[in-house]
Design a protein around this ligand. Structure first.
Ligand code: CA2
Length: 139
């Protein structure tokens, strides 16, 4: 079982700013948590973070026939991108959408996700635990 974890724009700033919304732990700490959980479940995991929509699309396309599952936090692209859900649909890899915060209880514009319809599940508002739940779902 090979899982690809993709984090979108500004998530490289985790732990640096806005701890009241996104927590005080860093992206490196999130990746370590997921890495050790996957290892304990016998799954392989790789990580990708980008602030660029096209790079995320390239990463999803490159996962074709290489990964069994994708976990994606598309960050702000959740609410704007058609290219990312198109890429997820094109590769046909089971994908779980994760959000650290509960996007339904924040600003109105965060309630729309163009990515949700192509994912097997959307997990929101559980901070890092959402990524662990996504791993377990895919495994
Ligand atoms: O709750 C989530 O995980 C989001 O995907 C995070 C995005 C936001 O645009 C989505 O609506 C919900 C923002 C990520 C920004 O991450 C930061 C982390 C630390 C400091 C500043 C930004």
């Amino acid at each position: 079982m090979k899982i690809l974890v993709i984090n979108g724009p500004n998530l490289n700033m985790l732990g640096v700013r806005e701890p009241e919304i996104y927590g005080s732990a860093t992206l490196a700490q999130l990746e370590e948590l997921v890495r050790s959980h996957c290892a304990s479940r016998g799954a392989e995991v790789e990580f990708f973070q980008s602030n660029h929509e096209g790079d995320i699309v390239d990463c999803i396309q490159a996962a074709y026939k290489k990964f069994d599952g994708i976990i994606i936090n598309p960050a702000a692209y959740t609410h704007t991108s058609i290219a990312i859900p198109d890429a997820i649909k094109a590769v046909g890899i089971p994908t779980v959408e994760v959000h650290l915060s509960d996007i339904d209880t924040r600003e109105e514009f965060r309630r729309i996700s163009y990515v949700s319809p192509v994912c097997i599940k959307t997990i929101k508002g559980k901070h890092f635990a959402g990524y662990i739940e996504a791993c377990d779902l895919l495994i």
